[in-house]
Design a protein around this ligand. Structure first.
Ligand code: HEM
Length: 206
């Protein structure tokens, strides 16, 4: 069909599916450990801990797949942010999301093979994949060893700080997920982008 662009290589699609599933498992098990009543837990505590640890470890391997895919498939170039004129581009996209889209204006940064992300997507995807994800691993892995490593390496308060950072970054990733899924409905049709991340082909020019 005309107007279709191949934007999501196979490795990225496999990574994305696994990534989404694992992060959902991590959010549910994390919330269960943090908030549920110990006498009446959402998921039994020891089970939630195991789920969280195993899903977290698989997520790290899957993240390495993302880094490899982004290196070998040229997909990585979409994550390289041009700082020159960034504020103006972000403002134009923000205006479109909050005003232009409701007035049926054309998208200021239509999807092309050369530039598949608009400036807001590019910045948020970059921050999520290259800042938040490494931070969640860097704060999560040391806690796998019951804080012994953290306490010995940096000091007694370090475990608390690591734990707090892990929770804050986890919260930001959960927030990203909600906003991400909402903005994915802004395609040619509300379901178009979801179809794209499964088939690899993008429809329309939003
Ligand atoms: C229910 C879960 C999720 C759904 C339904 C979903 C949906 C989508 C869709 C439709 C796209 C293609 C449109 C676009 O490029 O904007 C996409 C791309 C993307 N998603 Fe998600 N997503 C989910 C979870 C996640 C999570 C948890 C992350 C990261 C923590 C994530 C990060 C990304 C990234 C980085 C891309 C761009 C991939 C590339 O082309 O290089 N997604 N997602």
């Amino acid at each position: 069909m005309e107007n279709k662009l191949y934007l999501y290589p196979g490795l990225i699609r496999v990574w994305h599916l696994l990534n989404a599933l694992l992060i959902i498992i991590l959010i549910i098990s994390g919330l269960s450990m943090q908030y549920s009543d110990p006498l009446n837990p959402l998921i039994r505590f020891d089970l939630a801990v195991n789920m969280h640890n195993i899903a977290g470890l698989i997520l790290i391997f899957n993240y390495l797949l993302f880094i490899i895919a982004n290196t070998i498939s040229k997909n990585g170039k979409h994550y390289r942010i041009q700082l020159k004129g960034l504020t103006d581009r972000l403002t134009a996209q923000f205006r479109y999301y909050t005003y232009g889209i409701f007035k049926n204006e054309p998208a200021p940064f239509p999807v092309t093979k050369k530039m598949k992300f608009n400036p807001i997507q590019q910045l948020t995807y970059f921050l999520t994949m290259y800042v938040l994800m490494p931070l969640i691993f860097l704060t999560g892995v040391p806690m796998l060893f019951s804080g012994v490593v953290v306490r010995q390496l940096i000091g007694p308060k370090a475990f608390f700080v690591t734990d707090m950072l892990h929770i804050v970054v986890g919260f930001l990733l959960s927030l990203f997920l909600i906003i991400h899924v909402y903005f994915c409905t802004f395609g040619a049709k509300p379901y178009s982008n979801f179809k794209s991340i499964v088939t690899g082909y993008h429809e329309g020019n939003h």
